[in-house]
Unconditional design. Sequence first.
Length: 199
Amino acid sequence: MKIEKFAMTKKKAYALWKEYIEACKGNPKDKFLQDMKGVYCQLKSGRKIVDIHKIFEAAGLNDKSEPKLAVAVASAKTVTMEYKQNGSMLFTKDSNWSHKETAEDIIVSNVFPELPEQHWDDKYDKRKRRKTTVPAIPASLRPKGSLDNYYILWEVKKWEIVPPKDPYLLKRITPNMFVVLAGWNLTELERSVMKGRMV
């Protein structure tokens, strides 16, 4: 799976980061300035940034009007995707599933079309929820400590409880912007071990 990344020279990113540091001093509560400072801080360190909304838009939907990708907090074992009538999608780990959104949830909005009202009750499930397995992180790439601050993005072949293959490890810096920390392919052995834990 290839994803589009934002990148720039460390020198340019450093200069812009310094500008936003100064801007934040005079406007400490301005969320946009704080977010931009965080983005440039990552870019000046040579890291790649992705916009999760753009990635989902580029990947599109499958023939069942389901997203071809999934994203979840790395500490989750499974993730539930809910396609809402307004076209937004909510991704949440199942242990936290409720009708209230949490800070670790991902909302992909203004990307997919609204579901036609005439199809809402018959063609689509009432709340159109789908569930799948969150990839395991290999020991060599696993961050130290809690995984609650990290996310995994991957391609979903089928919205079923099956082991995925080619995820990315991300760190969130704004509601839709993430730092790409690593990408890998799960081996058949890793996928087999994961499958055994799903029973």
